[in-house]
Design a protein around this ligand. Structure first.
Ligand code: BG6
Length: 472
């Protein structure tokens, strides 16, 4: 036993994150239909308990009280996303919505008044359906409409936002919409996905170009979901499998968005299998090269473990990354069974050291990390508070490895939990709860969980006591 206080750097960002579609609710400002609303209207049974994004956590009506809850749970910073569909209720373009501007300006002003820095993300899976009808991320016109939306946000909120982000987990919509059937419009077609991915990267670069022209304060970057990749063994076939999985899932967005270049090995592989996008120009590549992220958000939930394929590929089936590897279920792994994700705390350290060693130690922070648990009412005490010791342990165990990475020189400026108040988890709706604050879906009553009290103390003390012998 070697307990010591783990102190974090001064002015460390303690906070959490969520997104517009998952927390705001539709409200009365006017808002275009999003792809999530469209999908729900077509296939409501794909959503857990048939709960849509119509109301979610009703933040649009309750944001003033919610800001007080942020303070009570120790937030000095908070990430929101700005809804493109709310800003442009005609379908993602044409006239900007004064009611949306008023809402976000009031929210951001009040957060600032309470000493909570605004981290504003511009895209979190919530494409206006009318934009999807034009081709979504496969369309250059949609990229231009998105750049217009982003520029409009800079003009209206530039004085209130601390740091900006061009997108949250751009890999997510590619996997979900083009490979794995968990996002609308449920296409399975790698080559189209590659085109959409390329235009997402291009949109990121174009927005950064505009941001620099506007000379706004703060920085602009991107938030990526990154999992360190581990081969099952050092057998060369396993190592090769891990290298290819890492190219598809980690380096695909990280390299162009932070270094300005796509990994050559990935380009060569996609060329060999005729999966490169059709539409790209040398001007596009120059724009990507010149406009890279100034800050990086790291979403870390689970490691990626892979092994060499044990069976032959069905070449009559659609091309997929899994042609080159299989996922490996490591014996003895620790699981969050509710979400089906492995819990591997040291992965946060591995990830931060990768960014330090291979990406110029760019300024970064943990932009999401968290634990979704089903049926949390089981853990309520008589007063109705969720006693979520498991979440407190989860946070501490990850933070200890984050602390270790910082001791070893990683340029990590903060930690944001997923999430603040329980919010809507896409097709899982409200099955798994992630918040520091619980939500009664029937009454919208909010109650701070035990983890919310812990988080306040953590933020006030800028650290916590931990048995460092536990760190390996
Ligand atoms: C992140 C996303 O990948 O994971 C969030 O940015 C999401 O939007 C979170 O809610 C947790 O995943 P899920 O699917 O359980 O909600």
């Amino acid at each position: 036993m070697n307990k010591q206080k783990l102190n974090f750097p001064e002015e460390f960002w303690w906070g959490s994150a969520w997104s517009a579609e998952q927390a705001e609710g539709r409200g009365e400002t006017g808002k275009a239909e999003t792809v999530w609303e469209r999908w729900y209207s077509e296939q409501p049974t794909r959503f857990y308990n048939r709960v849509s994004s119509e109301i979610t956590t009703d933040h649009i009506h309750r944001y003033e009280d919610d800001i007080q809850l942020m303070k009570q749970t120790g937030h000095n910073s908070f990430r929101v996303s700005i809804s493109w569909a709310r800003m442009f209720p005609n379908g993602g373009e044409r006239a900007v919505n004064p009611a949306a501007i008023a809402f976000y300006r009031d929210l951001f002003s009040k957060m600032n008044q309470e000493g909570i820095k605004v981290f504003a993300n511009l895209y979190h899976f919530d494409m206006p359906a009318a934009m999807q009808d034009k081709g979504g991320w496969e369309s250059r016109d949609v990229v231009e409409a998105y750049v217009h939306f982003a520029t409009t946000c800079f003009d209206h909120f530039g004085d209130l936002v601390y740091h900006w982000f061009t997108s949250n987990e751009p890999l997510g919509p590619i996997l979900g919409s083009y490979l794995e059937d968990f996002h609308y419009p449920n296409i399975v077609d790698f080559k189209r996905g590659a085109q959409a991915a390329f235009f997402t990267v291009l949109a990121h670069a174009k927005i950064i170009e505009r941001f620099k022209e506007k000379k706004l304060s703060g920085k602009i970057g991107v938030i990526l979901n990154l999992s360190p990749t581990f081969p099952r063994s050092q057998n060369p076939a396993d190592v090769k499998a891990a290298e290819i999985a890492d190219l598809f899932y980690t380096r695909s967005f990280l390299d162009p968005m932070v270094k300005g270049e796509f990994p050559q090995k990935l380009v060569d592989l996609l060329r060999k299998y005729e999966q490169l996008p059709n539409d790209y120009t040398s001007e596009d590549l120059a724009c990507i090269k010149e406009n890279t992220a100034q800050i990086l958000g790291l979403n870390y939930y689970e490691p990626r473990r892979v092994k060499a394929r044990m069976s032959a590929v069905n070449e009559m089936g659609p091309f997929l990354p899994e042609w080159f590897f299989e996922n490996h279920i490591m014996p003895g792994r620790k699981m969050n069974e509710y979400r089906g994700w492995e819990i591997y705390e040291k992965g946060i350290y591995d990830l931060c050291m990768d960014i330090k060693n291979n990406y110029g130690n760019i300024e970064a922070f943990i932009s999401e990390n968290g634990m979704g648990v089903a049926n949390e009412e089981r853990f309520m005490d008589e007063a109705g508070q969720v006693i979520d010791e498991y979440r407190i342990d989860f946070i501490k165990d990850h933070l200890a490895y984050l602390w270790k990475a910082i001791q070893e020189g990683a340029n990590i400026k903060g930690y944001h939990l997923w999430t603040f108040i329980d919010c809507w988890s896409w097709i899982n709706a409200y099955k798994n709860r992630y918040g520091l604050v619980s939500l009664d879906l029937d009454t919208q009553k909010r109650t701070i969980k035990k983890s919310g009290e812990f988080y306040k103390q953590l933020s006030d003390e800028n650290g916590f006591e931990y048995d460092v012998d536990y760190l390996v």
